[in-house]
Design a protein around this ligand. Structure first.
Ligand code: ADP
Length: 524
């Protein structure tokens, strides 16, 4: 019942604290990835702009060529002069192989000397087959725009040659088309490379490569094999080639991914901290509830503990007072019961007083070099009658020549009395108690061993907590306050020592008080 209520509390805590945190984490994650997407979109647009400028540059260069050809056509008045001017034009530009002029049916009007007949025929065939392209160019021309179109002319021997076609003059009927046929590879390496190096700067890597074979014509920096290009675009005028780009250092995706991972780890840590926090709060809460229950048990236990000896004392005192007991032996027995019960009361009250002093932080210890054998001897002298009276066989074993220990004699005796008292309380048929001193490793010990009911393993840590009592088996009938062992532990802590228990359910217990031996050496 109590546990199910606690579980509900835990559930409510989880719902109130963790759910919002987890929702928030989820929300932040989705926002993060959105932000990363936006970032990489902006970045891609920038890369696009760079590639656009490279293409634009190629366009500008070839546009200037055609403007110059138009100028030659306009300025030269004789066929010869024009022929010579065109030949010079071809000579001066290493990428250009030939220049030829065609009408709208593809027929050749004129060509530079360098042109092979075979190539020119193929060129005019290709143009004749692409009337649509020529019509489109004319349409641009009427809008006063110099449009250039690439046309691949198939060759038997090598790769197709590229001709750039544009309207260069208004012919009598339709128009005159200029075809600048060139070695595109040459153009790319001589013209575009310079521009790419210029645009790349320190941060970008720009690469120009053959689209079909993947062969890299040049790059503005060393290419790392395992790193792909972020963006590639065809060169508008040179469809066989493409230009690719990426950041030289880390790519924006890598930076974004790293940020995403870092933030993710941060969120997970915060969530884990919250979960740990909830668990800690829950555990404190549970402990407080348990402590409150133990305290209320304590009050009823102590009242009972006080009442029983008082009732006995009163009963025997009254009997004696009335003078009804004639038998001397019986009278002595009554007296000894009264003494025993008074001792029991004293012990209980002493325990409560020590406990309240400890709780208030007022417990004082007076450490002196002390012989543990002597303490055991004194306590046993006091207790042996009591033990025997209760039917116990008491044994003592002393380690010879124990070095003195810095200890508060009274406190150690109090601890020992508590252990002997427990040994008696928690024994059934086998009534044996052994108290011994020993030197174990670096420690000087007092052990109290009984053959009583023992303590289950899972209870062994808890019995040293204040108010805690094992709540099954014989313990129900043996009364106690639950303070004894917590006092023992406190006393041992104050001595820089330890108390531990070796026990099994049903087969007796051994409690050991261990005092550090170094202390005794130091203090001497
Ligand atoms: P109290 O004896 O007043 O209940 P203690 O703090 O002395 O309180 O002991 C705590 C619990 O440890 C006891 O309730 C008992 O269950 C268990 N215990 C202590 N000593 C022994 C022992 N010698 N044998 C078995 N159980 C013991």
């Amino acid at each position: 019942m109590k546990h199910s209520r606690l579980n509900i509390v835990l559930l409510v805590l989880l719902v109130l604290i963790l759910l919002p945190a987890l929702f928030y984490t989820g929300y932040e994650f989705s926002r993060l990835s959105e932000a990363e997407e936006n970032l990489s979109m902006v970045y891609e647009q920038q890369l696009d702009a760079v590639l656009f400028s490279v293409n634009q540059y190629a366009w500008d260069v070839t546009g200037t060529w055609f403007a110059e050809i138009q100028g030659i056509l306009r300025q030269t008045d004789s066929d010869r002069k024009r022929h010579e001017a065109l030949a010079r034009f071809v000579q001066d530009r290493s990428a250009i192989r030939t220049i030829s002029l065609h009408d709208s049916t593809g027929r050749i009007h004129e060509s530079s000397e360098s042109a092979g007949q075979d190539f020119l025929l193929r060129l005019s065939d290709s143009l004749a087959a692409r009337r649509d392209l020529l019509t489109r160019l004319l349409r641009y021309r009427t809008e006063l725009y110099l449009k250039i179109e690439p046309l691949l002319i198939p060759l038997d021997t090598a790769r197709p040659r590229l001709s750039l076609i544009a309207v260069v003059a208004d012919g009598s009927d339709q128009g005159l088309f200029g075809a600048v046929s060139l070695e595109s590879r040459e153009f790319v390496t001589s013209v575009i490379e310079a521009k790419l190096s210029d645009v790349a700067g320190d941060d970008l890597l720009l690469v120009c490569r053959d689209r079909r074979s993947g062969e890299v014509l040049f790059s503005t920096g060393p290419m790392e094999k395992d790193r792909a290009l972020t963006q590639t675009r065809r060169l508008w005028l040179f469809p066989e080639y493409e230009v690719g780009i990426r950041l030289k250092g880390r790519t924006v995706e890598e930076i974004a991914r790293e940020r995403f991972t870092r933030n993710g780890i941060l969120f997970v840590i915060v969530d884990i901290l919250l979960i740990v926090g909830v668990i800690l709060v829950y555990r404190t809460f549970r402990r407080e509830i348990e402590l409150a229950a133990l305290k209320s048990d304590f009050v009823s236990n102590v009242s009972h503990e006080l009442k029983t000896p008082l009732a006995l004392i009163r009963m025997f005192a009254e009997t004696l007072e009335m003078g009804r007991v004639r038998d001397e032996k019986q009278r002595q027995e009554y007296y000894s019961i009264i003494v025993q019960e008074t001792e029991r009361l004293t012990r209980l009250i002493n325990n409560i007083l020590t406990f309240s002093r400890i709780e208030a932080g007022r417990k004082k210890y007076h450490f002196r070099p002390t012989d543990l054998n002597r303490i055991v001897e004194d306590v046993m002298a006091m207790y042996s009658f009591h033990l025997e009276h209760k039917g116990f066989t008491a044994r003592t074993e002393y380690a010879p020549a124990l070095p003195p220990v810095m200890a508060d004699e009274e406190a150690v005796a109090e601890a020992l009395i508590n252990l002997i008292d427990n040994a008696m309380k928690y024994s059934e048929e086998e009534k044996r108690v052994t108290v011994r001193t020993a030197m174990i490793g670096n420690t000087i010990c007092i052990e109290v061993e009984d053959a009583g009911i023992g303590i289950a393993i899972d209870q062994q840590n808890r019995i040293f907590e204040k108010f805690y009592r094992v709540s099954d088996g014989l313990v129900h009938t043996a009364k106690g306050s639950g303070l004894g062992l917590s006092l023992v532990r406190h006393i041992m802590d104050a001595h820089g020592g330890t108390v531990d228990v070796h026990s099994e359910s049903g087969s007796g217990s051994l409690f050991r008080l261990a005092f550090p031996a170094e202390q005794s050496v130091q203090q001497q």
